[in-house]
Ligand binder design. Sequence first.
Ligand code: ZN
Length: 292
Amino acid sequence: MRKLIIDARLNEYTGREANPNVPFSPEEIARDAEACRQAGASIVHYHARDPETGAVSTDVDLYCETSRRVRDVCDAVILPTLGANTFDTVDERFAHVDAMAADPATRADIVPLDLATTNLAFRDPSSGALLGDDLAYVNTLGLLKQLAERTAKVGAVPMSALWSVGSLRLMAAMLETGVLPQPHYAELSLTEGGLLAGHPGSVAGLEAYLAFWPEDLRCTWGVLCFGGSLLPVLDAIIDRGGHVAIGLGDYAYPELGTPSNADIVASVAERARSRGREVATPDELREWLASG
Ligand code: ZN
């Protein structure tokens, strides 16, 4: 998959304080998805949010309505979140993906699996305080196996979200043992803004992953930077043959003014073309994922 995949990370759990263009409602997310698709994105990643307040929502109807509206206006590959581990059971955690799968018009295309169990420790950038005493993100291997199985059952494709080299080694083992299918798309997490769990948001942080990338497996990688700018790493990603996962969900991108998600995607697509890489279409990505 040499053409550049751009995954537009539309909203995460991010507020509008730093950039008012973060989409909350299904209508806003669909409008943004369409604009990002036109600007060169092949994937749209979203979290359901309360349409009025932007509060975190686990409402399955919001997930379904959003994907229906996105499909109405564009052909982007749909990647909803799998949510944090605030649920007690796999059924609850997977409920929105199951509900989406009940209708081809709302089905998720890709489901993200976080291949890590990690502290969510946070160093407050302004005060320097070390926070998150009780915050851990738990994804046991047994749980990941169940999630991979259920993803296949609903006709979607699992994506690995990697937090460190340890995650990457786990992904390789899961691919080698057939727990995860090939070809496979993975996203490497860089974390800034105080979150300590991922690699630093720098070329060195990226290179540390790539030093251990399993070249013998049919998988390709994208990079995201949660809490900071991905732009300093962009040329390295493009030149090394990687892909880009970027958007207002991760960071407000004040260096681009007060951009929309589509503005950010457009600047990535332009940079890729200037360095000799065309952007992939959703159908080209689907075809590659299905070529196993
Ligand atoms: Zn997300």
